[in-house]
Design a protein around this ligand. Structure first.
Ligand SMILES: NC(=O)c1ccc[n+]([C@@H]2O[C@H](COP(=O)([O-])OP(=O)(O)OC[C@H]3O[C@@H](n4cnc5c(N)ncnc54)[C@H](O)[C@@H]3O)[C@@H](O)[C@H]2O)c1
Length: 247
């Protein structure tokens, strides 16, 4: 049985989708959870559901791509919960388009929200985790960071960058008993993939050996494992949760 009793976790972009599922899963395992999202109403909604599970929660509006906003987020976290035991860098966006038509803003926003955010949040929690000589950081990457996808140069670059950050940070923090891993989901049923046409969804499903799209709970289960003591000897790894798409 996995337990996260007495652990304090911060999940970014947890107002909906995969982040929300991760938050609920970690809370069900016993952790108190801070929900951060750029959309405060959705963060409050998730926080309410966590309190219904009997755990403490905190909803914070933050833009994880902005250093001042991230600094205040961690300030609020430490005032409420103390040291952060678990950080899940989940917030992410897509702004798809072929490179010949890509706008600078589409490139920059995706890199800022998907990659710079993980650097900013990891930097904030690294020192207290090092002091505590324990911690778990999980970055939500994507199979697109491993295999690429036409029309997603910005997204693929951000997720490949996140994998590089994961491995370097894992080496940097390992001597302090802090693990840093990435989960790379394949195609998961959320608002992000609902944007795809039925034809695209059918084409994608055809490429997946298990022949179905994944669910947010599939990703959350992998994150729960990596945040638990069962994964204490695992660091710097990328765990794909993709129905076998990348092997
Ligand atoms: N859905 C998939 O198929 C899939 C596949 C691979 C990877 N992922 C990754 O999983 C993560 C979650 O994806 P999802 O499908 O749940 O997406 P989603 O769009 O449903 O949820 C993303 C959440 O992040 C929040 N967010 C966006 N920008 C933010 C910012 N600047 N600051 C704080 N919060 C912000 C949004 O408000 C939203 O609540 C992302 O990193 C995504 O790249 C998703």
């Amino acid at each position: 049985m996995i337990t996260l009793e007495n652990k304090k976790a911060l999940i970014t972009g947890a107002g909906r989708g995969i982040g929300k599922e991760i938050a609920l899963k970690l809370a069900a395992a016993g952790a108190d959870i801070a929900i951060c999202d750029i959309d405060l109403d959705s963060a409050r909604q998730t926080a309410g559901e966590i309190e219904n599970l009997g755990k403490k929660s905190l909803a914070v509006r933050a833009d994880v791509s902005d250093a001042d906003s991230v600094h205040s987020l961690f300030g609020e976290f430490s005032n409420t919960f103390g040291t952060c035991d678990i950080l899940v860098n989940n917030a992410g966006i897509t702004r798809d388009g072929l490179i010949v038509r890509m706008k600078d803003d589409d490139w920059d926003s995706v890199l800022r929200i998907n990659l710079r955010s993980a650097y900013l949040c990891s930097r904030e929690c690294a020192r207290p985790m090092m002091k505590a000589r324990q911690g778990k950081i999980v970055n939500i990457a994507s199979v697109v960071g491993l295999m690429g996808n036409a029309g997603q140069t910005n997204y693929g670059a951000s997720k490949a960058g996140l994998i590089g950050l994961t491995k370097s940070l894992a080496r940097e923090l390992a001597s302090r008993n802090i693990t840093v891993n990435a989960v790379a989901p394949g195609f998961i049923k959320t608002a992000m993939t609902d944007k795809l046409s039925d034809e695209d969804k059918e084409k994608l499903t055809g490429q997946i050996p298990l022949q179905i799209l994944g669910m947010p709970s599939d990703v959350a289960n992998a994150v729960l494992f990596l945040c638990s003591s069962l994964a204490g000897y695992i660091t710097g790894q990328v765990l794909t949760v993709d129905g076998g798409l990348v092997m």
